[in-house]
Design a protein. Structure first.
Length: 275
């Protein structure tokens, strides 16, 4: 894939989201899936439309979409050594269904080494984040570089999703946070992109699935952020493509990431002093 292909893919995603998501925002009902996550008509329409349009241009590359069954997901990943589209048609569905304007579309092209390219589009702000592995990242076509920010934890703003963290660690972060302040926005793909754009400096989010992070993580790393995905908080960075949920751990610079990871490892199993 080249820059022309990436531009074409970004255009598909932008047009589909503008036509299918914006028109349905605040105007659709929601149901709850077996895993407790939210599903709307918009998720299904977006997935069907992008699957059809991508197949029209690249019929040899299949698509793995969030709204497929587990059996379909597993079968697609068993096709070793071949490219695969990975789509979250509406990342932040709970926000979308609740009228909160923080959601997006995430599309990545995967190979055996991970994400080759990524597109994340936020239709409420008109922000389209893109990246090509080893080439760079862009926001609306302009080069994107992460602001390194502070080196000290207490000066940093963190995006932390407490819900999916181990209880001890979540309590410690809530009662004795090491950072300046904390946010949680509700869209993994946009979380990674906002880190890429330098809008905060620390990130921690458990339970991320492949379609949540495939594009956004590539964008953040190509923009200069540090981190990735772990199978355990004290484990190694994991690069292979898998359906196993992972922990997103990242920071805006190397030294801050070392301090962030060190603090987590030192405090994850100790109870906080607050009651």
């Amino acid at each position: 894939m080249n820059d022309e292909d990436l531009s074409y893919i970004a255009g598909l995603v932008r047009q589909a989201a503008d036509e299918e998501l914006v028109s349905r925002f605040c105007h659709v009902g929601a149901t709850t899936k077996a895993d407790g996550s939210v599903l709307t008509e918009a998720d299904l329409v977006m997935q069907q439309r992008l699957a059809s349009e991508l197949a029209g241009r690249w019929p040899e590359i299949p698509l793995l979409g969030e709204e497929m069954s587990d059996t379909q997901h597993q079968a697609l990943l068993r096709r070793s050594g071949r490219r695969l589209w990975c789509l979250d048609p509406l990342d932040g569905t709970a926000n979308f269904a609740s009228g909160i304007p923080f959601f997006g579309v995430s599309l990545a092209l995967l190979d055996t080494d991970g994400a080759e390219l990524g597109v994340v589009y936020d239709p409420t702000r008109g922000e389209c984040f893109t990246a090509r592995r080893g080439v760079g990242a862009w926001l609306n076509g302009q080069p994107l570089r992460t602001n390194p920010g502070p080196d000290r934890l207490h000066e940093a703003i963190a995006v932390v999703d407490l819900k999916r963290l181990p209880r001890m660690l979540a309590c410690r972060l809530a009662c004795e946070p090491p950072f300046r302040s904390q946010r949680s926005f509700g869209s993994v793909a946009l979380d990674w992109c906002w880190l890429a754009a330098g809008r905060y400096q620390l990130y921690l989010h458990g339970g991320q699935k492949l379609w949540d992070y495939a594009a956004g993580e590539l964008i953040a790393l190509e923009a200069g952020a540090e981190g990735g995905h772990l199978d355990a908080y004290d484990g190694q960075w994991q690069q292979q493509v898998t359906l196993t949920p992972r922990i997103g751990l990242a920071a805006s610079n190397v030294s801050l990431l070392a301090r962030w990871r060190g603090w987590i490892n030192a405090h994850r199993d100790t109870a906080p002093s607050c009651r």
